[in-house]
Design a protein around this ligand. Structure first.
Ligand code: LMR
Length: 342
């Protein structure tokens, strides 16, 4: 009897101990993305790792997989929903399967610049978009900038007519497909990891991307001309699996939210301040000629592409488009109150 009791106590204690050990295991968080580490998204992901592990010591372990190493376009969202990764940050052009609302970001010439995009994302309408996929098991943790897109090709693109008959690589977005069709181009959806090869081998003649991607993926080596068109934006939404996120202990979720907010601010700062540096590096490399557009040349591209807005307005909603246009207006700085003469 005595021995039996001792054994039972030992068994129970071991169970408790192993249970304690199990619960002390850090939560492993895989963050997968498709770009290089020296981009705004690559840097934000690494900052998130640093901060999450600092705020939640021993409780979380963050693994970052850049350059489509773990999952590329098309697979990363599925992997997120299956729980194979916990955080991804696809371009806003890649959510078409889950919501039509985010198509707003692909409308050509909608935003005047990245600051207008920033104002829209931070507006009430913009913030609502973070929850636009909750029914699909996805939650947005925040928007992250990359930058305005530039057109590129192996022939100079000065007027919309120059794009006629050319094959353009696009992200998986119906709006971007319509945008290139509007100028007589032949758009092809190709995963980011295959773009260099597609440009090099002539599968496509041209593409569009912000300076950071053009520089870090060396697209300038395989494109003769880059037109400074700033015709659209390429930004991201950092997303997580709703079920996983809501199932985390509250302190962990809070720590991760804080780390993510700060990591996004860090990435956004790089996007806003270093866009010009990425451009300068492409120019310095002297492989592709950079074409500047004057006001009327830019207007011609805008006029040719703008019909796309009306085409997608029923899916996106006029209210959202109006809010985006509103964001182009600089907020008027509050005037200092006048002192009344006594
Ligand atoms: C692209 O496919 O061109 C971009 O979405 C890649 C990225 O994540 O910036």
């Amino acid at each position: 009897m005595k021995i039996y009791n001792i054994i039972s106590i030992l068994v129970v204690s071991l169970g408790v101990l192993s249970g304690t050990a199990a619960s002390a295991e850090p939560v492993v968080i895989k963050f997968s993305h498709v770009v290089a580490e020296n981009t705004p998204k690559g840097q934000a992901a690494l900052k998130f790792k640093e901060l999450a592990e600092k705020y939640l010591p021993g409780k979380v372990s963050v693994e970052v997989f850049p350059n489509s190493q773990l999952f590329g376009d098309g697979k990363e969202m599925e992997a997120l929903l299956l729980g194979d990764v916990q955080i991804v940050a696809p371009s806003l052009a890649k959510f078409g399967k889950y919501t039509k609302k985010l198509q707003i970001f692909d409308l050509p010439f909608l935003f005047d610049d990245i600051h207008a995009v920033d104002r829209f994302q931070n507006s009430a309408k913009g913030q609502e978009l973070l929850n636009s996929m909750e029914g699909k098991g996805l939650i947005g943790l925040g928007f992250l900038h990359n930058g305005m897109k530039q057109l590129s090709a192996n022939v100079p693109l000065r007027t919309p007519a120059d794009a006629k008959g050319l094959k353009f690589r696009i992200q998986s977005s119906d709006v971007l497909e319509a945008q290139f069709k509007a100028v007589g181009g032949n758009p092809q959806k190709i995963a980011f990891a295959e773009v260099y090869q597609a440009l090099q081998s002539g599968v496509v003649d041209g593409t569009e991307n912000p300076w950071s991607n053009t520089y870090t993926k060396k697209f300038y080596e395989v494109q003769k001309y880059i037109t400074e068109s700033d015709h659209g934006v390429l930004d991201y939404m950092v997303v997580t699996n709703e079920k996983w996120w809501k199932g985390l202990p509250e302190d962990v979720r809070k720590g991760l939210s804080k780390a993510m907010t700060e990591a996004i601010a860090f990435g956004n700062k790089i996007a806003l301040t270093e866009d010009e540096d990425y451009r300068a590096k492409v120019v310095e490399a002297k492989k592709a000629e950079v074409i500047k557009l004057n006001k009327s040349e830019k207007e011609a591209w805008r006029n040719a592409m703008k019909p796309v807005w009306a085409q997608f307005e029923p899916e996106i909603g006029k209210d959202l488009i109006d809010a985006a246009l509103q964001a182009n207006e600089e907020p008027v700085a509050a005037k200092p109150a006048k002192h009344k003469k006594k």
